[in-house]
Design a protein around this ligand. Structure first.
Ligand code: NCD
Length: 304
């Protein structure tokens, strides 16, 4: 693995390797001795986080992951304003520069092709930490890791993916990862304006993954093993009058299977009510925990 650019680059074997490394990180983090060993495992290496778009979890989890592996960290949040981007420097020139200072570059950017462009000029590994409306491959890895942890499998799943699927990059990357495994069925819940992109639907067809699309949340979630909910991407939406028609609330909990898993990449707005958080099926804060260990595994593998 040279870069992490798209969920499409992975096969089952690559994911198995990443999750094995993730399990190892989890086990090491559980003891003080393990944490000490990890903290000297990458001494002398430097990770750079270059974020042109806002982030809480992704940037801080990568920085925490790097810190726990003993790496130095250089960072520019709000790179759009606080890096030389504002002076008109191209992404390519910024990457050439940062690659002189760091052995791995973790980047979030508003353009769908940003991570490919960065990788094309970077002598060091580039990790796509969110590229416009395109992809968010490390989020989909932690999502799949969480699904596997909670259901015990990656296949034979009925997964409902709902919300703003036209602009949400996490849903796009997760759908692609799930299509690697046999007998998963995806149900996309959204309004007609916010439907999953045709490129992803075509990809599912190529892989033989069945799917359907609906705006009826209640009927969709009834049989679901996993309910993956996402936020309306207000900042990417031309028509601000569209409001999320889909709220996971107490009534929705009533119709879900007792062993269903409720997930969300976060941040959430009103699409999952706070009262759902105490339901044992709510796993979105477990996803946050898993984000740290999956990203430790990725950094470890890319800088080995
Ligand atoms: C998401 C993102 O930035 O794509 N957040 C995340 O990384 N967990 C989801 C979002 O912005 O809605």
């Amino acid at each position: 693995m040279q870069h992490v650019l798209s969920a499409r680059q992975f096969d089952q074997a690559a994911i198995a390797d990443i999750f094995e490394r993730t399990d190892f990180m989890q086990e090491r983090l559980a003891s003080a001795e393990g944490r000490r060993q990890l903290a000297v495992s990458h001494l002398g290496e430097v990770a750079a986080t270059l974020f042109y778009e806002p982030s809480t979890r992704t940037r801080l989890s990568f920085e925490s992951a790097a810190a726990r592996l003993g790496m130095g960290i250089i960072s520019t949040e709000n790179a759009k304003e606080y890096s030389s981007s504002i002076k008109g420097e191209s992404l390519e020139d910024s990457i050439r520069t940062v690659s002189a200072y760091a052995g791995v570059i973790i980047m979030r950017h508003g353009d769908e092709d940003s991570s490919e462009r960065a990788a094309a000029v970077s002598p060091v590994p580039v990790i796509n930490a969110g590229a416009g409306k395109g992809e968010h491959p490390t989020q989909s890895l932690l999502d799949l890791y969480t699904i596997r942890q909670e259901t015990g499998r990656s296949q034979d799943l009925r997964v409902v993916i709902g919300g703003d699927l036209a602009h949400g990059r996490t849903a796009r990357s997760l759908a692609q990862l799930l299509s690697l495994y046999p007998n998963n069925h995806l149900t996309f819940v959204s309004t007609s304006e916010l439907q999953m992109g045709q490129d992803i639907l075509d990809h599912l067809e190529e892989r033989g993954t069945t799917y359907d699309q609906t705006d009826d949340m209640f009927s969709a979630i009834r049989e679901a093993d996993v309910i993956y909910w996402t936020r309306l991407q207000k900042e990417r939406l031309a028509d601000q009058s569209l409001v999320s028609a889909f709220s996971i609330n107490q009534a929705a909990l009533q119709v879900m299977k007792p062993e269903a898993v409720i997930m969300h990449p976060l941040p959430r707005n009103h699409e999952i009510e706070a009262s759902v958080d105490t339901d044992p099926r709510a796993k979105y804060f477990d996803q946050v925990q898993n984000g740290l260990v999956v990203r430790m595994a990725l950094l470890d593998m890319l800088t080995a």
